[in-house]
Design a protein around this ligand. Structure first.
Ligand SMILES: Cc1cc2nc3c(=O)[nH]c(=O)nc-3n(C[C@H](O)[C@H](O)[C@H](O)COP(=O)(O)O)c2cc1C
Length: 169
């Protein structure tokens, strides 16, 4: 099994927009005993309040939402292309109905903190939730987005996490 090496958040390799939009990621929250994970392709990494931060966006109907709401931490995991099918599975099935992790052939990796990531990841970002808010119709400053993305008014909740640790293989 390949081991992970901790790196500084300023050394995260690759283009962030490519990481999110093309590579995709798993957002995972919960405890070793009970956690959930889902695929996401909307997100950001950056610098805010003098901290390295990660943004992710979870719709309220996702099972993962129950975990991102209840927990103080979440992890973001990025994978090589060979795991595309696993990410498809985690992005189409719900943890409410099936054991997605087993179905996707992924192996949970319990971090020292007790937070959950995956052995197969090539990059793990561990975050502490520091801000969360739901998008709202009256705050959009251009008209097209809410009508195109949220015809059912199921606005994402945005989570900003302080990046605590980053590991890569
Ligand atoms: C490529 C891809 C990207 C996705 N991005 C997001 C996202 O950023 N936010 C979100 O709420 N759902 C996103 N989804 C949908 C969830 O991954 C999907 O609904 C998943 O089945 C939820 O699982 P859960 O019910 O176990 O939480 C994405 C799905 C795919 C395939």
């Amino acid at each position: 099994m390949q081991t992970f090496t901790e790196i500084d958040s300023r050394e995260i390799p690759g283009n962030i927009i490519q990481l999110m939009s093309r590579d995709w990621m798993l957002i995972t929250a919960g405890t070793p005993e009970k956690f959930n994970t889902m695929t996401a392709s909307w997100g950001a990494l950056g610098h805010l309040w003098n901290k390295p931060v990660a943004f992710c966006f979870v719709r309220p109907q996702r099972y993962t939402f129950e975990f991102t709401e209840a927990q103080d931490y979440f992890t973001l995991c990025f994978f090589d292309e060979q795991y595309r099918e696993a990410l498809q599975i985690c992005g189409t099935l719900s943890g409410r109905d099936v054991n997605k992790v087993e179905k996707a052939g992924l192996t949970p990796r319990i971090l020292d903190s007790g937070n959950v990531a995956f052995e197969e990841a090539r990059l793990i970002i561990e975050c502490r939730k520091i801000y969360a808010d739901v998008f709202s119709l009256d705050k959009f400053t251009a008209d097209e987005t809410p009508f195109r993305i949220y015809p059912d008014n199921d606005f994402h909740k945005m989570y900003i996490g302080e990046i605590l640790h980053v590991w890569e293989k």
